[in-house]
Write a protein that binds this ligand. Sequence first.
Ligand code: COA
Length: 250
Amino acid sequence: MTSLVDIRDDGGIRVMRMNRPDKKNALTAAMYDAMAAALTGTRTDQAIRCVMLAGAPGAFCAGNDLDEFRQAAADGEGLNDSVLRFLHALAYCERPLVAAVDGLAIGVGTTMLLHCDYVVASAAARFTTPFVGLGLVPEAASTLLAPRLMGPRRAFAMLVMGEPLDAAGAQSIGLVNAIADSAEVEGQALAAARKIAALPPEAVLASRRMIRGEPEELAERIDLEADFFRERLQSPEAQAAFAAFFARKK
Ligand code: COA
C-alpha cells in the first residue's frame, strides 16, 4: 500500500489524506487504489460513520498525474482501472463524504468534490477543471453532477472553458458549504464530520441515499465519460498539452 495516502480512523471518522505534497498531490494509480480501498472498506465497517477527504497545506489535489496520462496515451489506454475503481467507489460510497480543501483543487481534485456532502474550503482555495484545455473531457460524472448543482451554463464555464473559481465563487454555486482560514479548514471539516457521525447512522444513510439518487446513474456516466476520455487521450491535442506541461521548465 502506498504511503502517499494516509488513512486514519478516529471516533467513527475515516480521514483519507492525499499526501504527495512535492507533486502538489497529483494522483497516481497507487494513490487511487488506496483511496478506492479506503472508501470501499466503509461498506463492511459499521464503526465508520463518515469519511473526510483532506490534502496537503496549499494543495488539496493537482489532479491526475499528467505523466501517467502521457504514459496511458502512449500505451493506447484510457483512464486506468485504478482511476475507475476510485470513481466508482465514490459513486457507490454510502457514508457521508466531507472534504477539507486548502489551496489547489485541480481536475479530479475538484470533480471528486461534486460527490461530497459537505465541503469546507480555505479562503486560499482555487478550483479549476482544465480538462478541455488539455484536449480531454471532464470525468467523475461531473458532466452530470455539475450542471445539476450549478446549472448548465455555469457548468459549461467551469468544465469546458476551464474558468477557475475562488472559494467565494465556489460557495456561490453550491460547491462549498463554508469558508475558513487555511489553519482552520480541517478543524471545521472535522467538526462537521463529527456532527454527522453523532447522528443516528441509519437515518443518515437513508436520507443521503434519497438526496443523491441512484449510484448506478453516476456509474453509467463515469463509464460514458471514460469512453470519450480514452479517445481524447490519444488525440494530438492531448499529447501536445502533456508535452507542453513537461517542457515548461526546460
Ligand atoms: N501531474 C504530474 N506532476 C505534477 C502535476 C500533475 N498533475 N501537478 C504538479 N506536478 C508536479 C510538477 O511537475 C512539479 O514537479 P517537479 O518539482 O518535479 O518539477 C511539482 O509538482 C510542483 O509543481 P510546479 O508546477 O513546480 O508548482 P507551481 O506551484 O508552479 O504550479 C500547478 C502548481 C499545480 C498549478 C501546476 O503544476 C499545474 O498546472 N499542474 C498540472 C495540473 C493539471 O493540469 N492537472 C490535471 C488536470 S486534468
